[in-house]
Design a binder for this molecule. Sequence first.
Ligand code: GLY
Length: 406
Amino acid sequence: MTAPLNNAAIETLAASPAVRRWTAGGQAPDSANAAGIARAIEQALAAVDRNLAHFGDKFPEPSSVASVYPAMDNSEWTNGFWTGMLWLAYELTGAQRYRDAAEVHVRSFHQRQLERHNVNHHDLGFLYSLSCVSAYKLTGSAVAAEAAMGAARLLLERHNARTGIIQAWGDLNDPAQSGRMIIDCNLNLPLLYWASDYSGETAFRDAANQHIEAAARHIVRPDGSTFHTFFFDTATGKPREGKTHQGYADDSCWARGQAWGISGFPLVYRHNGDTRLIALSKVLANYYLNRLPEDGICYWDLIFTEGAQERDSSAAAIAACGLLELAKNLPLLDPLRASYEAAALGMVQELSARYVNTEGQPGGGLLKHAVYHKPHGIGVDESCIWGDYFYLEALVRLTRTWEPYW
Ligand code: GLY
């Protein structure tokens, strides 16, 4: 097992001057950038309208088939992304139709946690931050707050006191799954902090703090890359080993995992104020930015930097949001702040120029060329609903000071 990064090593990697210089975007005049972003938002909202008419009270499946999402009920880890897009559209336009549709979803999410329907996993944060914490923040809805609190209690059940981590997947007694944490969980933790703030109960916050500490110590490798998943011994609480699940190899760096880390550490910093998480996000961002192909849109695993492998546009959209969240927490004089902002803008411009689906099919994905699970052959070179969500979130972040749902 590799030794965790110590504070001095984090500071050195975080200050790496070798961040890729961004030439694709960020150099056009601000007015040209603003007009391009406004056009991209118009295009994204047209897709949201088309899919609102198409899906009604149903949800898009996690990934598309031939660029079109099949419809499904509220039973996947991904259903909150579509509701989150409706809330973003509501914030952008103030149009009641988005709010009405999102409020129908809120009732569905309320029911889902009451019935414990497919909630046996840690992705309750993805589900309920975007559907219900958002609703509570934007409208003060009591039912949304109750649903989000119910989901946070289910998530807290997955916290293991001996290891300090939140078990990612499966039954808590399943020996193959107990003791497994994954980098994606960084985005599930804000639900726990919200629950502590809302209820005054500190148990949620304490669990989240323990989990992020374990992620910082064991998921981040000494070179600034990340494991996708990491196992602890639940009998002793001791760290065991890192493995991949959706990446190319145990010792490669799954691109979306790295993007979850870049964005998740500063989102947790918002809630616990631990400045080391900002330094860690820089470490991960520097590793990521230095392993991009010419157009700046990552391959599905960062072991690939050229060739015929698939890109993961969804990871690029997540990374863009993460870089913007990171940059806003850096001092104005930090030499990397402007680099991260330019990289985020450049990625979003590239996505809108060459990765957006312009075919206009009902149920069509917004961003093409994402990868869900390459080793299992699921959603490869398709749209993924979280990619669509984060692309829209990035567009919102580029146009206003936005209060995250996270
Ligand atoms: N959180 C699961 C994924 O990114 O595919």
